[in-house]
Write a protein that binds this ligand. Structure first.
Ligand SMILES: [Zn+2]
Length: 372
């Protein structure tokens, strides 16, 4: 474990050399929380907020603003999502609505002179749409005021997963590791926030796209033959989604070294298939589909693949170099791969809960946990 953290530190130091970047700040809306519940809990509320806000700042520090005043609004609450003594959903992360482009790449089909276009006929997470457009896009009246939506399972701190609870420790105070049996809330919150930034596929089990158009994330997915999923028939996409799907990086140059295997269990799992990295290939990645209780999954950093993927979909990411300085990232990848541990066996996940919301469906992804 010591060696692993050392290697991670090496990766961090060689990747975080970009100077003069302005991190993206987050704002938090806890108004969906009841009195004395969740983030307002008299005992745990303050630590929960501190841990969530620290998670957001760690993500924000990896990103760079694309326009003055850019910030990301998060709505967060705790709800009882249930679970058994051995298996439970632990959180949902996503965005309350999506921002589509038309066939010309115009945001919401509107002409906005001087505003960078998006990829045509594509859906974006709202925070990402603003980032790519380099402004707060004019949204229709009634649109939710937040861009990232997070729900954490209160039952984890109760009966679900037996004695396992969330660990809200603050590494700044030297509480670096979650105690055996507990789930690192900082890791979990970072994971869910990344989903809310657009680390999310719109592909359904039948191979269709939610809302009739792919998310920008979907435009980087290819099947085992290297064919982009967006160019295939729904039946072909459905077949790929339960066999092999790979992220074909643009920021990474599209070569083999920057193709990442996505999570494609043999039975399609809504909100989990394709929106996570393959845990067999990336068992320590922040964006794995499941975490095991017991402090194994303390992953408080975005890995190089995850940074590259966020850059691909349009975020300005610190440490993802411009073309011409590729040696640096190659070194980072080698560090990461050298730090990988053995596989952890089957990481199948249960059927997650779903959230409803707003005029358009809430886009959420689910994390599940297992007591060991
Ligand atoms: Zn997830």
């Amino acid at each position: 474990m010591v060696a692993r953290y050392l290697l991670s530190a090496v990766v961090g130091s060689c990747l975080l050399s970009t100077a003069h970047a302005v991190p993206i700040p987050f704002t938090f809306d806890y108004s969906g929380e009841g009195a004395n519940e969740g983030f307002n809990d008299p005992t745990l509320g303050a630590r929960r907020k501190e841990s969530l806000e620290l998670a957001a700042s760690r993500i924000g520090a990896v990103l760079e603003r694309s326009y003055a005043g850019e910030s990301i609004a998060v709505s967060a609450r705790f709800d009882p999502l249930g679970g058994t003594a051995t298996e439970a959903p632990i959180a949902l992360g996503g965005f309350p609505f999506s921002v589509p482009t038309d066939a010309a790449g115009r945001w919401l089909g509107a002409a906005l002179p001087g505003v960078p276009l998006g990829v045509p006929s594509t859906s974006y997470a709202p925070a990402l749409a603003n980032h790519v457009a380099r402004r707060d896009l004019p949204l229709p009246a009634g649109t939710p005021s937040f861009e990232v939506q997070l729900v954490f399972n209160t039952d984890i701190d109760g009966a679900a997963l037996g004695d396992s609870d969330f660990f809200y420790g603050d590494p700044r105070a030297g509480q670096g590791a979650a105690p055996a049996g507990d789930i690192d809330f900082l890791t979990l919150a970072m994971h869910e926030i990344v989903h809310g930034l657009g680390f999310f596929s719109g592909l359904a089990a039948d191979g269709s796209y939610q809302g009739g158009r792919p998310f920008i994330f979907d435009r980087f997915l290819v099947n085992g033959d290297g064919d982009p999923l967006v160019g295939l028939t729904p039946a072909q996409r459905a077949a790929a989604s339960t066999t092999e799907v790979v992220w074909n990086s643009e920021a990474g140059g599209g070569d083999e070294a920057t193709s990442y295997t996505m999570y494609t269990p043999a039975t399609f799992v809504a909100l989990s298939s394709l929106v996570h990295l393959d845990p067999q290939a990336f068992d320590d990645a922040l964006m794995s589909p499941a975490v095991e209780a017991g402090g194994v999954a303390v992953t408080r950093e975005l890995s190089v693949p995850e940074r590259v993927m966020l850059a691909d979909i349009g975020w300005t990411v610190r440490g993802v170099p411009e073309p011409g300085s590729w040696l640096l990232l190659a070194a980072g990848l080698a560090c990461w791969r050298g730090a990988r541990r053995r596989g952890q066996g089957d990481a199948s996940v249960g059927q997650p809960a779903a959230m409803a919301g707003g005029r358009s469906a809430t886009r959420v992804a689910c994390s599940n946990a297992y007591a060991s």
